[in-house]
Write a protein that binds this ligand. Structure first.
Ligand code: ADP
Length: 203
């Protein structure tokens, strides 16, 4: 399967992606995770990307497209999470692979700020949690790694990311509608209900 998960920051792309990857054996390719890894390791790409990520702006298309092409390599079954995010990136995808389905996680904007500012991620495996459901726990239940808040999950940066989403990423909804690949899911519900819908779509 070759799937794209589309949706605003905080819509639950990462949470759904981990479950889809586990159930269907597809490679989970998250540009956000890949960029954060490069930033943490201080690679050339990481140095170029850091300022954009920290400010909630998009990393330039050519860098992200090269990163994804490289990650896909010869992999046949994959799931893009957080990519493509611009029309330029979507056009690039069409030059190197054929996407089967685009799952659009739809959500009311009012829910996003608290979802994102309450988010905690495992620093080792990138699993995603929400502080309200952790009951004070600070370790990942999957790998035991320490849970942290992402540097860009603060209110000012989230505002900028939502703005960027509306201007640069939301137009992809029409792009994939025109290709007859778009399937909408109500992502304002709990993760299990969202995943049940994903399973119906993917079979
Ligand atoms: P979220 O979906 O919650 O915003 P991500 O982890 O997908 O989180 O992205 C975090 C940041 O990484 C983005 O704000 C942006 O700076 C950068 N980024 C991730 N994916 C892309 C992409 N496809 N194109 C450009 N920048 C990206």
């Amino acid at each position: 399967m070759r799937i794209i998960l589309l949706g605003a920051p905080g819509a639950g792309k990462g949470t759904a992606a981990v479950k889809i990857a586990a159930k269907y054996g597809a490679a989970h390719i998250s540009t956000g995770d890949l960029l954060r890894k490069n930033i943490k390791e201080g690679t050339e790409l990481g140095k170029k990307a850091k300022e954009f990520v920290d400010n909630g702006h998009l990393v330039p298309d050519e860098l992200v497209i090269a990163l994804v092409k490289d990650s896909v390599g010869k992999i046949e079954s994959f799931l893009f999470d957080g990519f493509p995010r611009t029309t330029e990136q979507a056009k690039a995808v069409d030059t190197f692979t054929a996407i089967d389905k685009v799952i659009n996680l739809q959500i009311d904007e009012a829910l996003l700020m608290s979802r994102i500012t309450g988010r905690r991620i495992c620093k080792d495996c990138a699993a995603v949690y929400h502080v309200d459901l952790l009951n004070g726990k600070d370790k990942c239940s999957l790998c035991g790694g320490k849970l942290c808040q992402r540097a860009d999950d603060n209110e000012a940066t989230v505002k900028s990311r939502l703005d960027v989403y509306k201007k640069q990423t939301a137009p992809l909804i029409d792009y994939y509608k025109q290709q007859n690949k778009l399937i909408d899911i109500d992502a304002g519900r709990e993760a299990a209900a969202v995943f049940a819908d994903v399973e119906k779509i993917l079979g």
